[in-house]
Design a protein around this ligand. Structure first.
Ligand SMILES: O=C(O)CCC(=O)C(=O)O
Ligand SMILES: [Fe+2]
Length: 180
């Protein structure tokens, strides 16, 4: 898992450079991992519901293992696009923390899950974040006059406070952290 994260984070690392990236990598290694197993039974009326409503994942990166049954869709240019399952591979989703750390260069992906009437579906999501007490903020190297800071400081407690007051649907948690 560590090796996968390290190779995936190569891209923002090159762009931002310097000490803060090593720090973020270290924080991620000491960070939190939440594993969620989702089971979607067959649904007699799939057009009337969703397996999971549109949302973005809290956290830095999500590694998602889906079985051979379709269902996951991501939003791309206003359209819902089905993510075709590929055997023995992970889908990697950018989470809200990476959008904040990259000061908006990387967008957390809005996704949802459809159900179907024929087959049960199972997926396993592994959400990787900083340690719960860590503060996430835009990387200073990505802030300048042309790219002012776009997000407020955010930690896990802020997220818990948010979800106790309203549902984390669409990208509304991230929107609540926006400065402009
Ligand atoms: O079942 C899926 O493919 C996606 C699950 C998901 O989005 C989640 O657990 O956050
Ligand atoms: Fe998700």
């Amino acid at each position: 898992m560590e090796a996968i994260l390290e190779s995936l984070l190569g891209a923002p690392k090159e762009k931002s450079g310097g000490k803060s990236d090593d720090e973020i990598m270290k924080d991620l290694k000491d960070g939190s991992q939440l594993m969620v197993v989702n089971c979607y039974p067959p649904c007699p009326e799939p057009d009337l519901t969703l397996g999971i409503p549109p949302h973005s994942d809290y956290g830095f990166l999500t590694l998602l293992l889906q079985d051979e049954v379709k269902g996951l869709q991501i939003q791309h240019k206003e359209n819902w696009v089905t993510v075709e399952p590929i055997a023995n591979s992970f889908v990697v989703n950018v989470g809200d923390h990476l959008e904040i750390f990259s000061n908006g260069r990387y967008k957390s992906v809005l996704h949802r899950v459809l159900v179907n009437s024929a087959k049960a579906r199972t997926s396993v999501a592994s959400l990787h974040s900083l340690p719960f007490k860590c503060m996430i903020r835009p990387c200073p190297k990505l802030i300048d006059e042309a790219n002012p800071r776009r997000y407020k400081d955010t930690d896990f407690a802020t997220f818990l406070e948010y979800i106790s007051s309203c549902e984390p649907v669409m990208k509304n948690f991230l929107e609540s952290r926006r400065l402009f």
